[in-house]
Design a protein around this ligand. Sequence first.
Ligand code: UD1
Length: 420
Amino acid sequence: MDYFVIRGGQPLQGRVPISGAKNAALPILAASLLTPSELRLNNVPHLNDITTMIELLGALGGEVAVDESGSLCISALDLNSRRAPYELVKTMRASILVMGPLLARFGRAEVSFPGGCAIGSRPVDLHLKGFEAMGAQIDVRDGYIVATTEGGLRGCDFTFEMVTVGGTENLLMAAVLADGETILRNVAREPEITDLVRFLRAMGADISGDDTDTLVIRGVGSLNSCEYTVMPDRIEAGTYLVAAAATGGCITVEGADAEHLGLVLDKLRDAGVDVQVDGDAITADMLGKRPLSVDVITAPYPGFPTDMQAQFTALNLVADGVARITETIFENRLIHAQEMSRMGANITVDGHSVIIRGQEEISGAPVMASDLRASASLVIAGLAAKGETRVDRIYHIDRGYERIEEKLQSVGADIVRKMR
Ligand code: UD1
């Protein structure tokens, strides 16, 4: 198993190119199952989760090829299976996203109960309730969710009990081929949902209400071929900007979209960071100073993203003051706190919050990554710490950060990947 060895304490300085967004590319890849026509996708990041989704498309009978420019050419013409197998689904929860497209196009989908990050129980009950509202029958057999329809999905008026990103995406993809109009209320408004809407529209879907909490979808008979470029990864961009702040450095992320990072940039400014936006470049300059503590409460978009919570926890370890970070989206997403205390951090868990008394210095230590964003936060803590940090189980980080050690090395970080 790979691990990182980090020698911290250097301010990071330089420019980092931002990759395509994992959380936009995954539903877009799943949506490719909706059409027999060929699709071409640009700016898909090279990540383990993306490889898993491509393998899943392959297991269903789809074909995915990479052309010389790095774009993905996808054909879901001859799908010969409706079953997303346990071996793939257990490594990535987002595999559930093939359910909507398979059900809409073929009237049948079988998906193993999803796994993924160890951040709470993360049920999919709302996805299933929505499919039922569209006329699907749901059964559970041998660890698989089996969804079927007689005569196809029907449009419906469905209100999500709570905001769910994956649930919104799954029902949206199902509704584009359903018979009649579907109204989805209390939907997630994450930029990745808007990216999916744009992709579906490019394929000929009829959708309105993007960027609001109600989506209206008028089903169409079939979808056509298109070429689409995936949006930049706002969480990757935010992670590098926080790394600049935590190390007292200055990083410019290139190819990013500041509009997607509203509260993240505001919180960096509250921490004393000079944040400048110039087109698709965002610069965070800590001006060689120590950051100030900032409180954070996670919330659905446009609130503060849960996927940036752990990184801001890392920033607060070395900040001046006391911070409270509250997680409201996922249970059990504060596991990194314990690892951070191994680095001499003054951090305590209080229910769904962590309280951090920032220290001038934290020290390197062996730590263990527990999920994707927690791994990123431990890398940031290691970069800010004096001495050597070893981050184990970095397979989590490879799920969601493209070439992270190369990108960090290019801004002066002393980080090496090693194999046990
Ligand atoms: C997506 C993102 C993930 C991000 C999360 C919240 C992808 C691939 N992953 O995950 O990085 O952290 O949004 O922004 O895009 N819930 C239910 N029942 C359901 C569905 C969800 O109770 O049927 C709960 C979950 O347990 C969780 C909360 O709703 O507590 C939010 O989950 P959801 O928005 O669905 O997250 P994901 O789509 O899994």
